[in-house]
Design a protein around this ligand. Structure first.
Ligand SMILES: [Zn+2]
Ligand SMILES: [Zn+2]
Length: 875
């Protein structure tokens, strides 16, 4: 059991040893779930549970035998002690997820119900009296494994936060310079120079040299000649040729070792008069059926072939070190066609070709996402794009997209780049495999092109198939980080995303995109010199690791800061909680902006208050780095709780793109600009506020209830009635499978549909207030079915009986109570006035829903959120 000491221990605390009922080491060594019936997940993690002498947050603990509380009450004796504080180091097992028949999940998987009471701890005194404390989920205790966004409100994780050094401060050479992936190796404390002297009389024998310094020559200096070598190659030995490629087939059972030594050499494959540029496991694309496979589909990975790139003198040799010993193979032998042996040639990419992409009926090039590979599955990048893209977080903002997946423990990746419509690329002779895409309304193209010595230009024609833009729909990604505004505009237009919201933020001690924020310009707008069709606007994502994140889009004037509060994970050590999400939201509204709850619902706490008090314009469904996961069923279920209580907050789609792993617009918002109205950033914000939106991974939809668009409220008489629901769906990306009508969170209608389009209508009888939304399922070949699109609902209100689901309302109140408990207990305290102001704001949101609940005669058990920090005493 590893001891944890996160710093020196305080002498103000002393461990209280006790006799437990289980030995951690014995449990780990014993049968899997042990006598206490631990979950598989907890049993599997038990080996990492700290043991021995520990210091956590500066508080010393002695972990010997532990006490496992299952069903029976357990009494514990300790040596008598007097103390003001008793600090417990404890954790819960995980809750198995409760899956409903419709596939939605609620309450929170793992953490279970927020505020759920799991135990009481009772303090027993020498005089026979007792003190009692309730132990509740996400308050005093959390799951043994911390699920992102599910923080405790009154407890902290066992290791205190700490500063870390930027990699550039600890590595040599510097991190940034390693990104160029080459070193000229021409500097250092000593440089000998190599000079190759071509003997004018190679047929003659050399018997010696003489070296004469010229008069007035090196002056006070001298020459140190360290050595001489004689060679017989046909051409300048210090001049290597342009880049070539080859395939290496490993011997049976041989494993490829990718690590470079200090001199940049691989253990298994080296070159003498030349250098290996890269060696990577070969990708395997379905080249024979390329045109029939889908956009962005990942290749598989060869287990025994390595793709080599090298630059070398024509008389260089490969040196292979394999299990069967050393092998020396001349590059000339490799490059001869039809050779046998472990290294096979790959056609070099030496033909400069112009690639142009146009839309049918126009000759104007259009920005697109592009991928090309050759017959050996080698990626062929444009001349001005990365050949080796970096997919890691905050490491590279190149305009590339790397679709990545861990595959049987190895990483396989499909690399693409964004081009403005025309580009130059060096191609090999023979077949090349081209993929071009531009959003959800244009059919993606996978095409095979034969490159000959005469090929100078390749033209790819795209076809716009789905008329959503013509009908007034525009698309948006509400959540992108780190790109420059101009890179964001290229990626947005190449993905068919009309509005990219680039969000500045604070990450610990790091600020991103703050210099790009000006509170004024929309890049790409007519006023800014663009064509007005593709826009980028810089906003901010303001973040608190427990209370939640909030995206403030397109506001005018000064940046709303601080952008993070309350210390790590999101803000800097020592930052107080000086402002609420609620207050950020109100400030954003005052500055004309749009308020979005990003990656809904996590971190799940305070935003409940924002929704209740009407300070939130939309909630965001997020893809993060998952391309095929679809809309998260848990996000939906959490959103439904608010709809069930009558809070019509629309849904938007945003990616939270932070690296090349995520494409802008993987999940996106469709918003309907009023017919005839001009599309500008302003009109886009208005539509989102109005709620005429849907979220999608590909399928497009139309949805009306009694002729009213998404986001509408429709009145109905006390008797109820029937509404007419009409819908239409179409997709050129994710194939469709089902269309469903969701009424008050339940699936009311469900029909199987053809993969590319469908339409229909339903008459729906309603006897009480209801919200109705369209849910679209689909899946790619070989991939599981996902929720691929979801509309914002239409709300039908029966006179005198507004929507209010008591059970959901209680969970919303509990969430606000959690936020208040956090402010009251472990949250880093701002000055008293700020603390009181924030607490009042939360209490008033809490009260508004609470009063509604009572006005409608719902009785429920609740603890008033006023008692935290007080001990419940009993005698
Ligand atoms: Zn966030
Ligand atoms: Zn974000």
């Amino acid at each position: 059991m590893p001891a944890i000491q996160d710093g020196p221990g305080s002498s103000h605390f002393q461990p209280l040893p006790f006799k437990g009922n289980a030995d951690l080491a014995a449990l780990v060594a014993g049968p899997k779930n042990g006598p206490f019936g631990l979950s598989d997940e907890m049993a599997g993690a038990l080996q990492h549970a700290p043991g021995g002498d520990c210091v956590c947050w500066g508080i010393p603990f002695e972990i010997g035998e532990v006490l496992i509380l299952s069903e029976q009450p357990v009494a514990l004796e300790i040596a008598p002690v007097e103390a003001r504080w008793l600090v417990f180091l404890h954790a819960l097992d995980v809750c198995p997820p409760t899956e409903r028949p419709d596939g939605l999940i609620s309450p929170a998987p793992r953490s279970g119900r927020l505020g759920g009471r799991v135990a009481d701890y009772v303090m027993c005194y020498a005089d026979g009296s007792e003190a009692r404390a309730e132990i509740r989920r996400r308050h005093q205790i959390g799951a043994f494994t911390h699920f992102w966004g599910e923080n405790c409100f009154e407890a902290v994780a066992h290791h205190k936060p700490y500063p870390i050094r930027g990699a550039q401060e600890q590595l040599a050479p510097d991190w940034g310079w390693t990104q160029v992936r080459v070193s000229a190796a021409d500097e250092g404390p000593w440089v000998n120079w190599l000079w190759a002297w071509e003997n004018p009389f190679p047929e003659k024998t050399i018997t010696g040299f003489r070296f004469e310094l010229a008069a007035g020559g090196p002056g006070p200096g001298l020459i140190i000649l360290s050595a001489i070598s004689a060679g017989s190659v046909a051409s300048q030995p210090l001049r290597w040729r342009t880049r070539r490629k080859a395939r290496l087939v490993l011997s049976k059972g041989e494993e490829f070792e990718p690590d470079l030594d200090r001199d940049g050499l691989l253990k298994q494959i080296q070159l003498d008069v030349g250098q290996l540029i890269s060696a990577t496991p070969r990708l395997l694309y379905p080249n024979a059926t390329w045109q029939d496979t889908y956009d962005n589909q990942l290749p598989s990975l060869s287990i025994d072939e390595i793709l080599l790139e090298y630059t070398a003198h024509p008389e260089a040799c490969f040196h292979l070190a394999g299990p069967s010993g050393r092998q020396i193979i001349p590059v000339s032998a490799v490059e001869e066609a039809g050779t046998d042996g472990p290294i096979q040639p790959v056609a070099p990419a030496q033909q400069r070709v112009t690639l142009r992409v146009i839309e049918r009926g126009s000759s104007r090039p259009v920005p697109v996402k592009l991928h090309i590979h050759g017959e050996a599955d080698e990626y062929l990048a444009p001349v001005d794009r990365h050949r080796i893209a970096n997919p890691d977080w905050f490491e590279d903002y190149g305009v590339d997209r790397v679709h990545i997946e861990d595959w049987e423990g190895r990483i396989r990746a499909h690399t693409c780049t964004y081009i403005p419509g025309v580009t130059q690329v060096n191609l090999p002779l023979g077949k090349v495999y081209v993929e071009v895409s531009k959003g959800f309304e244009i059919r993606p193209v996978r095409k095979v092109v034969e490159v000959t010595a005469e090929t100078r230009e390749i033209v790819i024609e795209l076809e716009r198939v789905l008329p959503w833009r013509e009908r007034g729909w525009v698309t948006a990604d509400t959540h992108v980080h780190f790109l420059s505004p101009i890179s964001a505009m290229l990626e947005g237009s190449a993905e068919g995303v009309n509005v990219v919201n680039l969000l500045a933020s604070q990450w610990g001690e790091m600020m991103s995109n703050v210099g790009d924020f000006d509170g004024r310009n929309t890049w790409g707008s007519r006023e800014a010199g663009g064509d007005g069709e593709y826009l980028v606007r810089v906003g901010t994502e303001n973040r608190q690791h427990v209370l939640g994140h909030i995206s403030l889009l397109g506001y005018e004037g000064p940046i709303i800061a601080p952008m993070t509060t309350g210390g790590p994970g999101e803000s800097a050590l020592g930052d107080p909680i000086e402002v609420l999400l609620l207050e950020w939201a109100r400030q954003c509204r005052r500055q004309g902006g749009l308020v979005v709850l990003p990656h809904f619902p996590h971190p799940r706490a305070e935003h409940a208050a924002g929704i209740i008090s009407g300070d939130v314009d939309a909630i965001e469904m997020t893809s993060l780095h998952y391309s095929y996961r679809g809309i998260d069923p848990y996000s939906l279920a959490d959103w439904y709780r608010y709809l069930n209580c009558g809070y019509l907050v629309p849904a938007v789609g945003g990616t939270d793109k932070m690296s090349a792993v995520t494409a802008v617009g993987t999940v996106r918002t469709y918003a309907h600009i009023a017919p005839g109205a001009e599309f500008t950033y302003e009109t886009w914000k208005q539509v989102v506020r109005r709620g005429e939106t849907f979220v999608t991974y590909g399928p497009l939809l139309e949805f009306m209830v009694d002729g009213q668009p998404m986001g509408s409220r429709v009145a109905m008489s006390r008797q109820g009635g029937t509404v007419d629901v009409t819908w239409q769906v179409a997709s050129v990306t994710v194939p469709l499978s089902r269309v469903e009508l969701v009424v008050n969170g339940e699936i009311r209608e469900s029909v199987a549909v053809s993969p590319d389009q469908a339409a229909g209508h339903w008459s729906v009888k309603l006897d009480r207030s209801a919200w109705l939304a369209l849910l679209v399922r689909g899946h790619h070949t070989g991939k599981p079915e996902i929720i691929a699109a979801h509309s914002t609902p239409v709300m039908v209100e029966v006179e005198g009986a507004p929507l209010l689901a008591a059970a959901d309302a209680v969970t919303i109140l509990e969430q606000i109570e959690g936020a208040m408990a956090y402010l009251d207990t472990v949250g880093t305290r701002a000055e008293e006035q700020a603390y009181k102001r924030m607490r009042l704001a939360l209490a008033s949101a809490h009260r508004s829903l609470h009063n509604r609940l009572h006005q409608q005669g719902h009785y429920h058990e609740h603890t008033l959120p006023l008692e935290h920090g007080e001990h419940h005493r009993s005698h």
